[in-house]
Design a protein around this ligand. Structure first.
Ligand SMILES: Cc1cc2nc3c(=O)[nH]c(=O)nc-3n(C[C@H](O)[C@H](O)[C@H](O)COP(=O)(O)OP(=O)(O)OC[C@H]3O[C@@H](n4cnc5c(N)ncnc54)[C@H](O)[C@@H]3O)c2cc1C
Length: 543
């Protein structure tokens, strides 16, 4: 058949670029003490933006995991089969030290370098970051049982991806998960009904179910269960020391909106053996150490999502023409792109500041622990909350092509609400900030101490800080108002970071929109006079 038309004005795929070439990330890396990781970060960035890793990401999501409950003879096997691309992604993440590696690395900034690498590598595929993140997060909680930590921490931090169901101590590298949520409640884990009966040898036998347990091929889970002394945290391996399977039954995998490369299972503990981590009755206190680390990763993941969406939108707008001009030269599109870029910058600055705080807290910095307490809670709420709206708008910059799977934007969009649900859904994250205020009032002052390092530099920021300080003098109906309060706190945190560290035009745009009042409810409503060129150029990459 003769050609009916010539294909024109379609955008070349964005591939072969360096994902790490993002000024807000690189500025933060240096500022937070991990400038030494720059070369590795760029190498990983080129790999993440390369054709091979992009294809792994596509395949891992398309060929999603399959559960095998039984073998051909009817024996239970409880295994999940993944596309080979999944294993490639996992191997690179672990070789790059995005898993638990910083816990075995004394260098200042090790947790910052790891956060930046996670930011960059999740551009290849976000789903596999779930087990990587949980493996990172499990270490501080596991240390509540020094014997278990002594045995397994070296294997968690090892840079080897060793997939398969074998006794953990016999493997060269381990992956960990967490098992808290039950059918009757995930936010309120005190309602857990899984029981843990003590055995004479110091172990416990767990009976019950978990409604969501991601990464079910993990080597062990930290699991909450009701012991005689109350809700407690247990180390529960998939395979016991003698090589037999611990009776943990994978019932089915969730059919999820997004995050499809990753497996999330419903599981049953049918007398599974577990070992106490922390004291009986202090399960939440113990596992919260893990949850706090994954909350950091939720914030990083949402910042990544916004950075990728903006990068793709800018690329599209530079190549696509309408009404005689490139989209990127149309004033209203410039407003949309700059607004998306600003949101991603602010999120990246906040996430990396929190990674820096985490690094310093692990070195015993108490004042950073206080700043982090509030700053993490408000950022987990706000940065994650912004991601879906951001992804939808970035997708729309592509027009109809953005709605089509090949563009990759539906994948970004499907993934985007998850970080806000995980590890404390929106309201729970907002209420966690109130809990910090009530139980550790000194953390609020530490937070304001951080924000007010920018005092006097921009009157719009000063006024916003004054308003939220005034709001907090009257705590009437504060639970009802929690989202509004937390949003304001998150915005002044971001504003302060940008005013102190970002180019002045970026900080000016933030204060003139998010803090100064002249801004609409949708993206693309920045006031006149914003330096859109700087914002758009910082968000774009050269392919
Ligand atoms: C893909 C996926 C993977 C997951 N993986 C895991 C995993 O590996 N391990 C695990 O343990 N869990 C996992 N979860 C579960 C997840 O952590 C929970 O879904 C989440 O904590 C919310 O719990 P829930 O679903 O029971 O909702 P609920 O607790 O019923 O909450 C429903 C809504 O009510 C709100 N809410 C709750 N309490 C209050 C309150 N006091 N005031 C106002 N609003 C409130 C919540 O914010 C939420 O919006 C996963 C979930 C998903 C979607």
């Amino acid at each position: 058949m003769p050609p009916t038309h010539e294909v024109t004005n379609q955008v070349p795929p964005l591939v072969g670029h360096d994902v790490a070439a993002y000024p807000p990330l690189l500025e933060s890396l240096a500022r937070e003490g991990a400038g030494w990781a720059l070369d590795d970060l760029h190498a990983l960035g080129r790999r993440a933006g390369g054709a091979e890793a992009q294809e792994w990401g596509r395949l891992a999501e398309k060929n999603h995991p399959v559960l095998h409950t039984h073998d051909r003879y009817g024996h239970r096997v409880d295994e999940v089969e993944f596309d080979p691309a999944w294993h490639q992604l996992m191997a690179v993440a672990i070789e790059s030290g995005i898993h638990a590696a910083p816990w075995g690395d004394d260098r200042e900034g090790a947790h910052v370098a790891r956060a930046a690498k996670e930011f960059v590598w999740s551009a290849a595929e976000p789903g596999h970051i779930c087990p990587i993140s949980m493996t990172y997060a499990v270490v501080p909680a596991l240390r509540a049982n020094p014997d278990l930590a002594a045995t397994y921490e070296p294997l968690l931090t090892a840079s080897v991806y060793d997939f398969g169901l074998r006794a953990p101590a016999t493997k060269r590298g381990l992956i960990a998960g967490m098992s808290m949520t039950e059918k009757q409640g995930g936010s309120d884990v005190r309602a857990n009904t899984t029981t843990a009966r003590p055995n004479s040898d110091g172990s416990y036998s767990l009976v019950g179910h978990k409604w969501f347990t991601s990464a079910p091929m993990s080597d062990f889970f930290l699991t909450l269960a009701q012991a005689p002394g109350g809700l407690s945290c247990f180390f529960v391996p998939r395979v016991l020391e003698d090589g037999t399977m611990n009776p943990i039954r994978l019932q089915r995998l969730k059919d999820k909106l997004g995050n499809r490369a990753n497996a999330s299972a419903e599981i049953e503990y049918d007398g599974a053996l577990g070992w106490l981590v922390g004291e009986e009755g202090r399960g939440v206190r113990t596992i919260i150490e893990m949850v706090n680390m994954t909350r950091l990763d939720c914030t990083i993941g949402s910042a990544t999502s916004m950075r990728l969406g903006t990068m793709q939108a800018v690329h599209h707008a530079r190549h696509r023409h309408a009404f005689g001009r490139a989209l990127v030269d149309q004033p209203l599109m410039r407003n949309v792109l700059a607004d998306l870029a600003l949101e991603a910058e602010a999120a990246t600055y906040a996430a990396m500041r929190l990674a820096g705080a985490t690094d310093r807290v692990t070195r015993g910095d108490e004042s950073e622990a206080m700043v982090r307490r509030v700053a993490l809670a408000v950022s987990k709420y706000w940065v994650c909350k912004r991601a879906p709206a951001h992804a939808a708008e970035a997708l729309e910059c592509f027009g109809g092509n953005g709605y089509i799977e090949d563009s990759g934007m539906p994948r970004l969009f499907r993934e985007s609400p998850l970080m806000s649900i995980w590890e404390g859904s929106g309201n729970v994250a907002a209420l966690d900030t109130l809990r910090a205020m009530a139980k550790q009032p000194e953390s609020v002052e530490a937070f304001f101490g951080e924000v007010e390092l920018a005092a006097g530099a921009d009157s719009r920021l000063d006024d916003a800080v004054g308003r939220i300080r005034k709001d907090l003098t009257d705590l009437g109906d504060v639970e009802y108002r929690a989202r509004r309060v937390v949003e304001q706190l998150a915005l002044v945190f971001q504003g302060s970071l940008l005013v102190r560290h970002a180019p002045s035009s970026v900080a000016d745009a933030f204060c003139g929109s998010r803090l100064g009042g002249d801004w609409g409810a949708a993206f693309g409503t920045l006031p006149v006079g914003v330096d859109t060129t700087t914002l758009i150029d910082r968000a774009g990459v050269e392919a």
